[in-house]
Design a binder for this molecule. Structure first.
Ligand code: SME
Length: 151
């Protein structure tokens, strides 16, 4: 099952209309995205809770690490650089944090509020190698902007 991003955008817009609470938005996004595509084996947010630190937010899948410093892992790299991290082979990424040994590839996107401040990162892990494309990056980035620019 491959995600239909147009349908996903519409569903998330309808479900989140008028909502501005960050955790309510994250929980809804993560549920809808996770179940939209069989490539997505772990889907979740890590929130910026203090300078240089990410803490686990709403997620779907097996348990995730509770904290990730900006200095570590793919999530840390996305938070540090403010750039989408598309990792086709996690074993080739220095400092990748393996929460599930089944993970082969992942994508992590920075999440900003309406003022452009980094509030979280959005992490999707796949058990398939090279699961994510530039098109996924663009569509997921657009989806996150549409939801989180309102807060
Ligand atoms: N893929 C992440 C960590 C895995 S999670 O905690 C599910 C990273 O290396 O940043």
């Amino acid at each position: 099952m491959q995600v239909d991003y147009d349908a996903l955008d519409k569903t998330i817009a309808a479900l989140t209309e008028g909502e501005t609470d960050a955790v309510a938005l994250m929980a809804t996004v993560v549920c809808e995205v996770h179940h939209a595509d069989s490539r997505f084996d772990w889907t979740g947010f890590y929130r910026v809770t203090e300078p240089g630190l990410l803490k686990i937010g709403p997620y779907q899948g097996g348990h995730g690490c509770l904290q990730i410093p900006f200095s570590r892992g793919v999530c840390g790299a996305a938070a540090r650089t403010g750039e989408i991290q598309l990792v086709p082979d996690v074993d080739a990424f220095p400092g990748h944090i393996a929460c599930a040994s089944s993970t082969r590839s992942e994508i992590v996107l920075p999440v900003c509020d309406g003022d452009g401040r980094l509030i979280a990162v959005f992490d999707i892990d796949s058990d398939q190698p090279d699961a994510f494309t530039e098109s996924d990056a663009a569509r997921l980035g657009g989806l996150l902007d549409a939801v989180f620019a309102r807060i």
